[in-house]
Design a protein around this ligand. Structure first.
Ligand code: NAP
Length: 303
């Protein structure tokens, strides 16, 4: 059975190439005829691994192609997910399965609500890739992908296909806990790296601020029924800061390159959840306001 992959960006390319070279049929979905034409002119997707670039002529199509979709990997940014799925919904076959690769929280539920006829599998990935130019992606960091369905514990039948494609993964029985934990780590680190304009390691100079944020995030996780995700959050944040000291966070990279961030699905989502639970989390809320101001001053969207 064919995989359709929406989004010929970093992760979309990484998945498409690995599935295709393991012999799994893949179709890439591009947003419009102009993008499809540009893709065809490029001759396919180029993946750079260990400094070696290789071109893969994976077939492409546009959103409005009539072919039915049974398995879809949604590999766009969180802020594009709802609109992309709204455009594809009429193509989803009965019993279609969707893998949602978006970072943060909020977009997955929005997508699942739009397509109640499909099974939505949420993913959380530590793989790293970036676009060198259009349709050319560098596989920057090997990692792991967790997949899970908040509504159904049974794994899908195609996990073996991922394994034979070299996509290192596990089926998670509590994917929401993983997504919350990742969101909390992100909220404790990424916004401060933007505001202090520093690498992750620069946060070692702001230990009290990091500790207060971790306390409040822990309180939020507890209130949201995510006590497992709250366990030793501060310890893990400190370990991540140490282990990735030389790196710029993804949010820092987005802001410094003038790109839209996924703030609404990360810190914005956390602050909205705090408000729903009537929690007063002054450090988290002040961080959100400062970040919104910072983005506004640079002409970047706050949603
Ligand atoms: P990306 O490189 O920006 O790629 C997103 C792709 O989606 C772009 O090619 C974009 O098309 C396409 N797209 C958006 N709306 C579309 C539509 N309606 N129809 C067709 N294509 C559409 O993003 P990414 O880095 O792969 O990130 C995807 C998600 O994975 C994000 O939530 C990110 O946080 C998460 N993630 C990324 C990494 C990583 O290392 N990159 C790691 C972990 C998690 P255009 O090119 O035409 O704009």
């Amino acid at each position: 059975m064919s995989w359709h992959i929406l989004g010929a960006g970093s992760l979309g390319c990484l998945w498409a190439v690995r599935l295709a070279r393991a012999g799994v049929p893949v179709q890439l979905i591009l947003r419009d005829p102009q993008r499809l034409q540009a893709y065809q002119e490029a001759g396919g997707l180029c993946l750079v691994e260990q400094d070696q670039a290789r071109l893969y002529a994976i077939p492409g199509q546009t959103l409005d192609n009539p072919e039915p979709i049974r398995r879809l990997l949604l590999a766009c940014k969180a802020y594009d997910a709802e609109a992309a799925i709204a455009g594809l919904a009429p193509r989803l076959a009965a019993g279609a399965e969707l893998v949602l690769l978006q970072n943060g929280l909020g977009s997955q539920d929005a997508v699942a609500n739009l397509v109640p006829q499909a099974r939505c599998i949420y993913a959380s990935s530590t793989e790293g890739a970036f676009r060198q130019k259009d349709f050319q992606v560098v596989f920057a960091g090997h990692g792991h992908t967790w997949l899970g369905d908040p509504l159904k514990l049974e794994p899908p039948t195609w996990l073996a296909e991922l394994k034979s494609s070299g996509i290192v993964h596990d089926w998670s029985l509590d994917i929401l806990s993983r997504l919350w934990r990742k969101l909390a780590l992100n909220c404790a680190i990424n916004p401060l790296t933007v505001l202090y304009d520093c690498r992750n390691g620069g946060l070692r100079e702001h230990p009290a601020e990091v500790a207060s944020l971790c306390n409040e995030l822990g309180e939020l996780l507890q209130s949201c029924g995510q006590s497992l995700a709250a366990e030793d959050l501060h310890g893990e944040v400190q370990r991540v800061i140490q282990a990735t000291a030389a790196n710029y966070s993804s949010m820092h990279q987005d802001v410094s390159q003038g790109r839209r961030t996924e703030i609404a699905y990360l810190l914005g989502y956390a602050c909205a959840a705090a408000q729903r639970h009537r929690l007063v989390l002054p450090h988290l809320q002040a961080l959100h306001s400062r970040l919104l101001g910072h983005l506004h001053a640079r002409g970047l969207p706050s949603h």
